[in-house]
Design a binder for this molecule. Structure first.
Ligand code: SF4
Length: 479
């Protein structure tokens, strides 16, 4: 659902990647500059969403909100942060998986209900949103935005009356799909994770009675908080002047943590549900090398997301790792669509080959995933132009054959190259001499005894929560 809906030039994804969802941040810290700490926390989560950013701050009597379109440093200036005094705050960075890319859909959302004010920021996707929205409309709710997050707010507000917990419990009963939420009232910070735990959410302490919650632990590190634990699936955490209270609303159902967080979305320095992302990616590379023994001269990566797996591959295969592709570090994840005759420029804008490293070599190129296959053949051609003798494309994920309904934009099934072509057809269409995807078995094996705790629907079509309809003939199974 990304893309500017006004008169701005069309922006497209630079590389052929699934698109991230959102990042959420929350802090309860009397005596600290919570607006500024939220700003730095969101900065650390910027990779999870670049379309809009917002911070809402509570001071005991009211909640103030500032949000806008763009990257965190584009949205906020020092003056704006200073105009948000308080002791609790929530923040959000957004990429739109549902709802248009429009200021009205930026988060946090701020609402008044019978018990006071409520600010909410959401990472995830509701699978029964159509049904819930129409029920709410019938009962007189009015919607300001097209996000499914506003549906959650309405359910909470309608059911909370003077007890917010009633609203949260009702929303957890009614809402299906993925949600990691941070919520503030005038004097509380709350966090809530869906019973399957699709999207990550962790909890940290500032050591002086202050607490932080965030999509990823890298945000805790950035603001100087110490990681305590992950928020559990089905758990509501309440933080206020009395300290921290945990309410385990539902026994965690079958855990379904998004395995793509480890493959691509999350930052390598984050720890999610017990696993450091860097270590998992490194292991993916090692397993990939064991599954695909290849005679090659060098291993390169598609930076940055393929680099950790490429190093793992190189180490396990005993082949030197080289930086064969250089990334322009000053370019965002989207850019203005080039004209037809400048199409090839698109990928080169982001990645440029190092001829002196590549010329005459047999190369293993490690990337994290192929979605539509639009970039891979350009990369292979680039390598060939540099005199590469053989290109073996290795992916640190299994083939993506099904759409995601839980907050990730993986494209429609019809656009997914692995759903439409055989392995050999893909290899030929990207022009590689060899192509190997990490097997699902190999991927899950990395997680040992917890291997069944993950959603793998985009690889195997087994949807842990009922999806609205098999929109593109994807198989799906119910809870
Ligand atoms: Fe993650 Fe894929 Fe499941 Fe979506 S379908 S939550 S991208 S593992």
């Amino acid at each position: 659902m990304g893309g500017c809906r006004t008169n701005c030039p069309e922006k497209i994804s630079l590389l052929d990647r699934p698109r991230e969802e959102c990042g959420v941040f929350g802090i309860y810290a009397p005596g600290h500059d919570v607006a500024q700490l939220s700003y730095y926390g969101l900065y650390a989560l910027q990779h999870r969403g670049q379309e809009s950013a917002g911070i809402a701050v509570a001071d005991g009597t009211k909640i103030q909100l500032y949000k806008g379109m763009g990257l965190v440093p584009e949205v906020f200036s020092g003056n704006q942060l200073q105009s948000l005094p308080g002791f609790a705050a929530i923040g959000h960075v957004r990429y739109s998986t549902t709802g248009a890319s429009h200021p009205v859909n930026a988060q946090p959302l701020l609402f008044r209900y019978s018990g006071g004010m409520l600010g909410l920021a959401h990472n995830g996707n509701i699978t029964n949103v159509t049904e819930l929205r129409s029920q709410l409309l019938t009962n007189g709710s009015v919607f300001q935005s097209s996000t499914d997050s506003e549906v959650i707010v309405n359910i909470i507000a309608r059911s909370a009356q003077n007890n917010l917990m009633d609203g949260l419990i009702k929303s957890m009963i009614d809402v299906r799909g993925s949600y990691s939420l941070v919520i503030i009232t005038e004097n509380q910070l709350l966090a809530m994770r869906d019973p399957h735990g699709f999207r990550p959410l962790c909890l940290g302490t500032l050591g002086d009675g202050g607490y932080v919650v965030a999509s990823e632990s890298c945000a805790l590190d950035t603001v100087g908080a110490t990681f305590l634990r992950d928020v559990q699936p089905g758990e509501i955490v309440v933080i206020d002047k009395n300290g921290l209270e945990s309410i385990q609303m539902f026994k965690p159902r079958h855990r379904s943590h998004c395995i793509f967080e480890y493959i691509y979305f999350a930052r390598p320095d984050s720890k999610i549900d017990g696993f450091n992302v860097y270590k998992v990616r490194q292991e993916m590379g090692r397993v990939l090398a064991a599954e695909y023994p290849v005679d090659a001269d060098i291993v390169i990566s598609v930076p940055d997301s393929g680099t950790t797996a490429a190093r793992g591959f190189a180490e396990a295969a005993g082949i030197p790792f080289e930086e064969g592709l250089m990334k322009n570090r000053y370019i965002g994840r989207t850019f203005i669509q080039p004209t037809q005759d400048m199409r090839e420029l698109g990928v080169r804008l982001k990645l440029n080959p190092v001829r002196e490293v590549l010329n005459g070599k047999r190369v293993v190129m490690v990337d994290d995933s192929i979605v539509r296959g639009t970039t891979s053949n350009k990369l292979v051609n680039m390598l060939r132009d540099c005199g590469v003798r053989e290109v073996h494309m290795c992916l640190s994920s299994p083939p993506i054959t099904n759409s995601c309904y839980y907050g990730i934009d993986t494209s429609n099934k019809k656009e997914l190259i692995a759903a439409q072509k055989s392995l050999d057809e893909i290899r030929r269409s990207i022009g590689a001499d060899g192509l190997h995807y990490l097997s699902l078995e190999g991927l899950l094996g990395i997680f040992g005894e917890t291997r069944n705790n993950f959603c793998t629907a985009c690889f195997d079509g087994h949807y842990p929560v009922e999806v609205p309809q098999p929109r593109d003939t994807g198989k799906y199974s119910l809870e």
